[in-house]
Design a protein around this ligand. Structure first.
Ligand SMILES: Nc1ncnc2c1ncn2[C@@H]1O[C@H](COP(=O)(O)OP(=O)(O)OP(=O)(O)O)[C@@H](O)[C@H]1O
Length: 616
């Protein structure tokens, strides 16, 4: 056996091979949502180049000219330009960027950072030609770089007079099928959309030599106005033109920490809280997205923002904001600004607050669920549907020490008139957020009690009938109990308003749960599943039952109570139960539909039978 160290096979050093064609295809065709971004990337490179040049020479010219003529596009900037070495290093190396060197400060100063933006041009063109001359090295000759979508490129130096001044020109001709992106009017529209707020003078020249200005700065929210009305009018005009609606109101936004400034426009009509806001976000002037959805807290679904930001980060496709801590902090700060606006309105301009709440009370309720101070402040203003009509909770709680809450809109509709007549204070808890807010009342207004409205409470508030009346109705009520027992429902007799209601079915959530259980039990036993039916049967009795309350003030009910014929009495009970069931406006089970059918046909048959007898 040898004790020599085991010999190792020599290591082979390798480098990843990159299939440029595949990479170019991936980046250029799958990163971006639309070919239109090619123009944004070109504008962005022009802006960054000028910023870089101006760092060394603050007086350097700053202009970007796009020439859309003869179906091609030329983008020329007065920026820092590139030497031949730079061309190889930056232009021709995917993923390398001259804008990343100083890290944080670079990110602050430049729009680009990833070193892939130029590839977006391959979405619309097969070849990119760049002619550039460095401002950093006055002796460096102009350089021409030609690159194909297949990853090949050529570089050559040009005579000095091919480009006398520093700067860069990018030339593109459309790939077949992409001609539309090069039409002058399209280029003007795209450049204005992306670049209206860019810091340097930018314009498009068309075939006829007409110059179309692109930049329109400062932003409409940054400009000076002779008076607040003029400012409001200008912002409203912008909102109409750019966001497509006439705002109900406007809120100034300013978060110095992240350099976010802009305006939140209040939508003129209510929107679903589930709809996430689509906000227009510029990054250092360049339009990043028209549909940023994480800029505001979820509850602020009633506004659309237009902002410019200095410090938030874009995603690599540059079509949305990177959801990091900075964005979370901005989101909180913008949420606070909207909240402050609201509290300001409550204090100074209740009429405007009223107009706002008439449309967006749902949004404010959503917001108030997580914010006790706001709820406290808005309590007098937020409308709730109650037995006293549409009123603020504050006022309602003053009038009713116990605030009863229904589970659903249907329950409220059915019970509200009767409960109101009986002196109960009921709030409709069936609407989104309302129940949550009402349940917080005792904390905000000590002494107030909030209680669910259950059948027993309502029955207890309905006037009992005279014992002699109850006695006289005993036989009919006996039939009623026989009919209703299998439906897990009890019958009772009370006097209540309105007199037009013959019977009331009090049927809370627990009662419905019990009915669902009973139905499952009978289905299980029909199917021969004794074990399951037994389990369900064991649950029985613990759950409260529904209650059919007959109204002794109702003339029809008074007559019905005297019916002696057992068959007719049962059909009548079924009819009254069915009618009360329909009034409750909730979906019927199969057994309930069958009962309704049976009672309707039974009564019809009796009516026809009697008429036939009368005719004899
Ligand atoms: N107009 C220009 N003037 C001077 N240099 C340019 C110009 N366009 C591109 N470059 C150089 O080419 C590099 C790569 O550009 P590219 O657009 O691919 O990426 P980027 O702008 O650095 O980053 P991003 O991918 O975030 O846009 C840049 O970092 C810059 O050095």
């Amino acid at each position: 056996m040898s004790d020599a160290a085991p010999t190792r096979a020599p290591l082979d050093d390798h480098t990843f091979q990159v299939d440029l064609r595949g990479l170019v295809d991936l980046l250029s065709h799958h990163l971006y949502s639309s070919p239109r971004v090619y123009l944004r990337e070109l504008l962005q490179n022009g802006v960054d180049a000028i910023t870089a040049r101006r760092k060394a020479d603050p007086a350097a010219p700053a202009a970007i000219r796009l020439t859309a003529a003869g179906g091609t596009l030329r983008v020329e900037d007065t920026g820092v330009g590139l030497t031949e070495a730079d061309v190889h290093r930056f232009l021709a190396t995917i993923g390398r960027s001259s804008k990343r060197g100083e890290l944080e400060s670079a990110r602050r100063d430049y729009l680009g950072q990833f070193g892939i933006g130029l590839l977006a041009c391959f979405v619309v063109a097969d070849e990119i030609t760049v002619v550039t001359r460095s401002a950093a090295d006055p002796d460096a000759a102009p350089v021409e770089w030609r690159a194909g979508a297949d990853g090949r490129y050529t570089v050559r130096t040009l005579p000095n007079d091919a480009r006398p001044e520093p700067g860069t020109t990018v030339l593109l001709a459309p790939r077949r099928g992409s001609e539309e992106w090069f039409a002058a009017d399209r280029v003007v529209a795209l450049a204005r959309d992306f670049g209206a707020l860019l810091p340097y003078d930018t314009a498009v020249v068309d075939d006829a030599g007409t110059v179309h200005p692109v930049t329109d700065t400062p932003a409409v929210w940054e400009r000076g106005y002779p008076n607040p009305d003029a400012r409001r009018a200008a912002l409203a005009h912008y909102c109409d033109n750019v966001l497509g609606f006439s705002p109900l109101d406007m809120i100034d936004l300013d978060v110095p920490l992240a350099g976010v400034r802009g305006t939140a426009f209040v939508l003129p009509s209510a929107v679903s809280p589930a709809m996430r806001g689509k906000h227009r976000v510029h990054l250092k002037g360049m339009l990043l997205t028209e549909s940023a959805d994480a800029l505001l807290p979820d509850w602020a679904f009633f506004v659309r923002c237009a902002v410019d930001t200095e410090a938030l980060r874009p995603t690599a496709s540059r079509e949305n904001l990177y959801d990091d801590e900075a964005l979370a902090a901005v989101r909180d700060a913008l949420g606070a600004a909207i909240r402050d606006w609201l509290t300001g309105l409550a204090a100074r301009d209740p009429e405007r607050l009223g107009r706002f709440l008439a449309v967006h009370h749902l949004g404010v309720k959503a917001m108030a669920r997580h914010d006790d101070d706001l709820l406290d402040l808005m309590l007098p203003w937020l409308p709730f549907e109650t037995t006293d009509g549409q009123v603020g909770l504050d006022e309602f709680a003053r009038r009713h020490r116990v605030v009863h809450l229904t589970d659903s809109v249907e329950e409220f509709r059915q019970i509200a008139p009767i409960a109101a007549a009986a002196g109960l204070g009921v709030v409709n808890g069936g609407y989104t957020y309302d129940a949550d807010l009402v349940r917080r009342l005792p904390d905000l207004r000590p002494g107030t009690v909030v209680d669910s409205l259950d059948p027993d409470t309502v029955t207890a508030h309905l006037d009992p009938v005279d014992p002699s009346v109850e006695l006289a109705a005993g036989s009919f009520l006996g039939h009623a109990r026989t009919v209703l027992d299998p439906l897990s429902c009890e019958a009772s007799l009370r006097a209540f308003h309105p007199v037009t209601v013959p019977a009331l079915l009090l049927d809370g959530r627990d009662e419905r749960g019990e009915r669902a259980r009973a139905q499952a039990e009978s289905e299980a036993s029909d199917a021969g599943d004794a074990l399951w039916a037994g389990i369900l049967g064991a649950l029985r009795g613990s759950a409260p039952r529904a209650r059919l309350v007959l109204n002794h003030l109702n003339p029809l009910v008074r007559r019905v109570l005297t019916v002696g014929d057992p068959a007719l009495a049962r059909t009548t009970v079924e009819g009254l139960y069915g009618q009360a069931l329909l009034l409750s406006r909730r979906p019927l089970t199969a057994a309930e539909s069958a009962l309704l059918n049976r009672s309707f046909l039974g009564l019809l048959e009796r009516a026809v039978h009697e008429t036939a007898n009368d005719d004899k």
